[in-house]
Write a protein that binds this ligand. Structure first.
Ligand SMILES: *Cc1c(COP(=O)(O)O)cnc(C)c1O
Ligand SMILES: [Zn+2]
Length: 413
């Protein structure tokens, strides 16, 4: 990894060689999250906008020169990334936003954004000769790790809270993971998983612990720049739970800025559910110290009471000149309906949360109609059908006759 300078602690700024530490800064336990640093001059010798234009690898690995991997040997074969960035004509017209785009990351192999991070985690495990990986997750990180692990023959031990939606648990079992359901919250499952990783030596795919995961997540930002012809958006809206995605996005935009591939940086808007708005509160109070809560929201993927990547997330929003916004569960359900009915995009509750945040700022008059806006949809709606039904209600039921149909049609008009 000649292009990687090392790992830098987000708390104390201490720097380490990549082979010196495995996960976190040894000086402050699990809090000292590390950030991968790069030698941009070295990278510029291999990577250019022109070379990317000729690159036919339509996956996150088109950016391998900017990822912390030794070589391509251990890359899993499932297609991760290069998800569509849709221009959405009907939504644009309705919302009066001339340059709105939606990036659908529900189109990844296990149907969520998490595949970007898992793919890099898998490579790091294989580079280290590890054949067991572990993760704690509200659902998507787990099903993602399980699927990618299955594709390369790694064993996965997964810790999920009891409340995880059934479809995500089904994914885990289909992919052959060892699923350990914890009678408790995601936050408790997370702590147990860290202890298990230390005790048994399993390679950890935990957000805000393993420093390489954010690097996978940043590829969405790299794709946005390239898909928009190197004209970055003004604002990017994304759902925030632990804060790893938004931190990763900021890293990606900054990487391309440092390389000179883009000339300005977008504002990042972090959207949280009111029932788990820990980072919204910290941001409003101007602190990096978070006050844990017991989360409660329909959006299970962002139902987090102790955001593990709080510092990266808060700095991403602050440095980008963006903001945090909180929305209600009702607004999330409404956003799911609007996305489905006007764009043909089916999002799980957390997947629609970024869009709900945009709707809120638009209502508040904070968005200008000419702004270039990208909204990330982070997970597919089939992952949580129960919430979808809650958002849209039930179908009509009739007897199999024309008479019954006609009666229905009349009653509808
Ligand atoms: C994990 C996840 C998020 C939030 O990502 P964080 O890194 O925890 O902030 C949002 N949406 C979906 C669908 C997710 O799975
Ligand atoms: Zn440190």
């Amino acid at each position: 990894m000649k292009h990687v300078l090392g790992l830098k602690c987000m708390l104390c700024g201490a720097e380490y060689a990549a082979n010196e530490v495995e996960y976190v800064c040894p000086k402050h336990g699990n809090e000292g999250i590390l950030d991968v640093t790069y030698d941009y001059n070295a990278i510029r010798r291999h990577m250019s906008k022109e070379k990317l234009a000729d690159n036919h690898d339509y996956s996150i690995w088109r950016y391998a020169d900017l990822l912390p991997i030794v070589n391509r040997q251990w890359i899993p074969n499932l297609q991760v990334g290069w998800t569509p960035l849709y221009a959405v004509p009907r939504l644009r017209a309705q919302m009066g936003l001339a340059h709105l785009y939606i990036k659908d990351d529900g189109r990844n192999p296990t149907a969520s954004f998490k595949d970007r991070a898992s793919a890099v985690g898998i490579v790091k495990a294989r580079e280290r000769g590890k054949d067991i990986m572990t993760a704690a997750s509200t659902g998507n990180a787990a099903s993602s790790l399980a699927g990618l692990a299955a594709s390369v023959g790694l064993t996965a031990y997964i810790f999920v809270p009891e409340r995880a939606p059934q479809a995500k648990v089904a994914q885990l079992l289909i992919f052959g993971a060892n699923v350990i359901m914890v009678r408790g919250t995601y936050d408790q499952a997370f702590d147990l998983c860290l202890q298990a990783s230390a005790r048994y030596g399993w390679y950890s795919r935990n957000t805000a612990y393993n420093p390489y995961l954010s690097e996978g997540k940043k590829t969405a930002a790299l794709e946005i720049c390239e898909q928009l012809g190197w004209q970055p958006p003004d604002k990017v809206f994304v759902a925030v739970g632990d804060g790893c995605i938004i931190g990763g996005l900021w890293k990606g935009f900054k990487d391309f800025y440092a390389l000179g591939f883009i000339e300005r940086l977008p504002q990042l808007i972090g959207v949280q559910a009111e029932g788990s708005a820990v980072l919204v509160k910290a941001w409003q109070e101007g602190t990096e110290t978070i006050t844990p809560i017991v989360p409660n929201t329909i959006a299970d993927s962002i139902s987090v009471g102790v955001p593990r990547d709080a510092i990266k997330a808060l700095r991403a929003v602050r440095e980008s000149g963006g903001q945090f916004v909180a929305i209600s569960d009702e607004e999330i359900l409404e956003a799911m309906r609007v996305l489905g009915r006007n764009a043909g995009i089916f999002a799980e509750p957390a997947g629609a949360t970024g869009f709900a945040g945009l709707r809120k700022l638009l209502q508040q008059g904070q968005i200008n109609s000419e702004e270039r806006i990208v909204v990330l949809v982070t997970g597919n709606g089939l992952k949580d059908v129960q919430s979808a039904i809650q958002a849209v209600g039930k179908p009509y039921v009739i007897e199999p006759t024309m008479e019954a149909l006609h009666q229905l049609m009349t009653s509808l008009n």
